[in-house]
Design a protein around this ligand. Structure first.
Ligand SMILES: NC(=O)c1ccc[n+]([C@@H]2O[C@H](COP(=O)([O-])OP(=O)(O)OC[C@H]3O[C@@H](n4cnc5c(N)ncnc54)[C@H](O)[C@@H]3O)[C@@H](O)[C@H]2O)c1
Length: 299
């Protein structure tokens, strides 16, 4: 894929914006659209071609990246009047990095195929820092020849590129399993820190020791060093997006006849964390919620 290829980018949020910016930095012309005008303006300031209509970004693209929050939004962006299916030029190659249900990947892949478009279900992992630093993991499902064609672009955005199989949902299956684990780890970090502090331990000392012990995890690093320690609650990855993924993992478990005894409890728990006001905040804020609960017991 040479630098003359024109890239469309739909969804310039926490993940999409830095990915689009990295493509710009690599001298690609990127036509970006987001429903949010502030995001479009910021994108133009970084040298992107900001489009005020989604169809303008789609029509001009040879390769279209998509990074949208929920399955409902993704579905409407493809199927609504003036959406991707309506406005895509023939043979467009779509790399959809949104995390959705596996059946939606299949539905989108088949709808694209019918229209003479090419689709890859390509969820990512690695967070905003991975998007900024271009170290994302791509978990890709769909025809291998599409993956091979888009590989040079994915290689700009990520450090770990996996083609999981020909079915459009192959990447999503493992992505949702990854995020089920993130749900566990995030809760574990919140509970461990709260308990440790209530027992009089110093947070930094705890980190130093647990970092050298089996309690360590990438999520401990992320949640503590990037967010909790900095008192930063802005997402990152919001509690509501995590909750969305846990529910998608639960659907997958039900379809495959898998029991998730603690996974089920996590969904109820994060629902309550979201209702307490932490839904749009970073998932690590479960810690702040636990701290408040702990205080209530103390009083
Ligand atoms: N944040 C993370 O750490 C992370 C990591 C891996 C995967 N993901 C997944 O990537 C996707 C994007 O996540 P995010 O954190 O960037 O979310 P986000 O909410 O920060 O960004 C989504 C963007 O989509 C835009 N948008 C919403 N509706 C739109 C529409 N109809 N048309 C155009 N734009 C629209 C929003 O304005 C927003 O800028 C999600 O599916 C998420 O689960 C996120």
């Amino acid at each position: 894929m040479n630098n003359n290829a024109k890239i469309g980018f739909i969804g310039l949020g926490n993940m999409g914006f830095p990915m689009a910016e990295n493509l710009i930095k690599n001298n690609f012309t990127v036509y970006g659209y987001d429903i949010n005008e502030t995001a479009r303006q910021a994108f133009a300031e970084k040298g992107g071609e900001a489009c005020s209509k989604m169809s303008n970004a789609v029509e001009q693209a040879d390769v279209l990246f998509v990074s949208l929050p929920t399955p409902a939004v993704v579905k409407s962006v493809y199927f609504d009047k003036g959406g991707i299916i309506d406005s895509a030029p023939a043979n467009l190659l779509i790399v959809d990095t949104s995390t959705v249900a596996p059946e939606l990947n299949r539905e989108l892949g088949e709808a694209c195929q019918k229209q003479g478009l090419r689709y890859l279900g390509s969820p990512v992992s690695g967070g905003v820092i991975g998007s900024v630093n271009a170290t994302l993991t791509f978990m890709v499902g769909g025809p291998k020849e599409y993956f091979d064609e888009v590989y040079p672009l994915l290689d700009i955005l990520g450090g770990n590129l996996f083609h999981l199989g020909e079915s459009y949902d192959n990447g999503t299956v493992i992505k949702l399993i990854n995020n089920l684990m993130i749900g566990f780890y995030t809760e574990a970090v919140g509970e461990a820190l709260t308990l440790g502090e209530n027992m009089g331990l110093d947070r930094e000392k705890m980190y130093e020791i647990l970092n050298a012990s089996y309690g360590q995890s990438k999520i401990y690093d992320r949640n503590y060093k990037e967010y909790i320690k900095e008192n930063d609650m802005e997402p990152g990855f919001s509690t509501d997006l995590l909750l969305k993924d846990l529910k998608l993992a639960k659907e997958m478990a039900e379809e495959s006849g898998t029991e998730l005894p603690i996974g089920d409890k996590l969904i109820d728990w994060y629902e309550s964390v979201s209702k307490a006001g932490y839904g749009p905040k970073d998932m690590s804020t479960v810690y702040f919620h636990l701290k408040k609960l702990a205080k209530q017991v103390e009083l």
